[in-house]
Write a protein that binds this ligand. Structure first.
Ligand SMILES: [Fe+2]
Length: 211
């Protein structure tokens, strides 16, 4: 899968029904094969006339939006952000997972900063519930290598603020409406059961080794 233009549709790392009963197969299928595919196609279409941008990674394109030509700034922000967050989202889940273990550095660091996993979960949940309309609740690493939990509207990237997403919770209605209808809170509670902590840990360790 190229890390630059033309961006591809990353395959799901599990079967459509792998997240049952927490997230249903039809939602996963439409979310990945239709919604994510649309973001990928629209991002590529926007970048196609600009060969000077074809060598850059998604992180680079999203980190400095002011350097993107004005005519495609919004399209790259929305669809590039969509591709970035959804690739992270789908790669942050797995078959209902065992309880996270303190053998993982990211768990020890979360416990150290938030006191308990329940305290961290409460923040993720609060931001997820409070996003008005569409958006995300995000666990990020800030420039001081500390965790923050922040909301972001639509597909707006936190990279320009130096906040690197480690674990994104999608609270767009398309992520939950088929199974949960208006019960966003029930979806959020279910999502905590399918977090792939090994994947989150790999991301965390990778970021920490950069500094
Ligand atoms: Fe989504």
């Amino acid at each position: 899968m190229p890390a630059h233009y033309p961006f591809g549709l990353e395959p799901l790392p599990y079967s459509y029904n792998a997240l049952e009963p927490y997230i249903d197969a039809e939602t996963v299928s439409i979310h990945h094969d239709k919604h994510l595919k649309t973001y990928v196609d629209k991002l590529n279409a926007a970048l196609e006339p600009y060969p000077a941008l074809h060598g850059f990674s998604l992180s680079q394109l999203l980190s400095k939006p002011e350097l993107i030509p004005k005519t495609i700034q919004t399209t790259v922000k929305n669809n590039g952000g969509g591709v970035y967050y959804h690739n992270l989202y789908f790669n942050s889940m797995n078959t209902p997972w065992d309880e996270p273990t303190e053998n993982l550095p990211v768990i020890r660091a979360l416990l150290n900063q938030f006191g308990s996993l329940d305290a961290w979960k409460a923040r993720m949940k609060k931001h997820g519930e409070n996003v008005f309309g569409s958006g995300w609740s995000l666990l990020v690493l800030d420039p001081n290598r500390r965790f923050q939990v922040v909301p972001t509207p639509n597909q707006d990237s936190t990279l320009p603020q130096g906040l690197v997403p480690l674990l994104p919770l999608d609270v767009w209605e398309h992520a939950y409406y088929l199974k949960y209808q208006n019960r966003r809170t029930d979806y959020i509670d279910a999502w905590f059961h399918v977090i792939n902590w090994n994947a989150v840990n790999n991301r965390y360790v990778g970021q920490m080794l950069l500094t």
